[in-house]
Design a protein around this ligand. Structure first.
Ligand code: AP5
Length: 209
């Protein structure tokens, strides 16, 4: 299975992608996670990407395209979480694939709920686990219940950066909806409700049930 996940910041793409990976073994390629790992390691890519992420802007296509091409080359099944994010990346992705995508899942949620999800998110800087202070709290409070590290707020989850990420999504990523609709690949999933409810809808949308 070759899937692309599209949706506004905080809609739950990462949460749902990890569930599919656990159930079916399809590898999640999440460009945000790869870029944050590069920043943490202060690689050349990480140093180039850092300022864009801090401002909530897209990292230049040339950096992200290479990163994805390298990751998916050996994979038969994958879930692209957060890539492509504009039309140019979508066109580049088509040139990378030797067989077409199976589906592009668009997660829908209203902006008030997106902000609730982003403002309550806590992440583990050590193992990458993602929590929410209300919907999915760590059993250890402000510590990760997997590895006990102190949880943090993602640097781009500050209110002013969230606003910019929403604007970038509307202006640069939403045109992908028409692009993939024309190709008959788009599947809409309502992202309201519990993670279990959303996951059930996702399975139906990609016809695995
Ligand atoms: P990225 O990391 O991809 O951020 P994003 O797309 O803004 O998405 P998020 O990770 O914020 O949210 P999500 O939809 O995965 O939600 P999650 O599951 O965590 O990208 C970050 C930055 O990197 C970009 O701004 C850009 O600078 C750069 N970048 C990345 N890709 C790029 C590209 N292709 N080109 C250029 N630049 C790129 O859930 C959110 C919260 O809600 C969590 O707390 C979770 O526990 C909770 N939650 C999840 N589901 C539910 C539910 N059903 N009910 C209640 N709470 C829920």
């Amino acid at each position: 299975m070759r899937l692309v996940f599209v949706g506004a910041p905080g809609v739950g793409k990462g949460t749902q992608a990890k569930r599919l990976e656990q159930q079916f073994g399809w590898t999640v390629v999440a460009t945000g996670d790869l870029l944050r790992a590069a920043i943490a390691q202060q690689t050349t890519l990480g140093r180039q990407a850092q300022a864009y992420i801090q401002r909530g802007e897209l990292v230049p296509d040339s950096l992200v395209n290479d990163l994805v091409a390298e990751r998916i080359r050996q994979l038969d099944s994958f879930i692209l979480d957060g890539y492509p994010r504009n039309l140019s990346q979508a066109e580049t992705l088509e040139t990378m694939l030797d067989s077409p995508l199976d589906a592009v899942v668009l997660f829908d949620l209203d902006e008030d709920r997106l902000i609730q999800r982003l403002s309550g998110r806590r992440v583990c800087p050590a193992c990458g686990a993602v929590f929410h202070i209300v919907a999915n709290p760590s059993q250890r409070g402000e510590q990760c219940d997997r590895c006990e590290a102190q949880l943090v707020v993602r640097e781009d989850d500050k209110p002013e950066t969230i606003r910019n990420r929403m604007r970038v999504f509307r202006e640069q990523t939403e045109p992908l909806v028409a692009f993939y609709e024309e190709r008959g690949l788009l599947r809409r999933v309502c992202a309201d409700g519990t993670p279990d409810e959303v996951y059930q809808r996702l399975l139906e949308a990609i016809h695995t049930t």
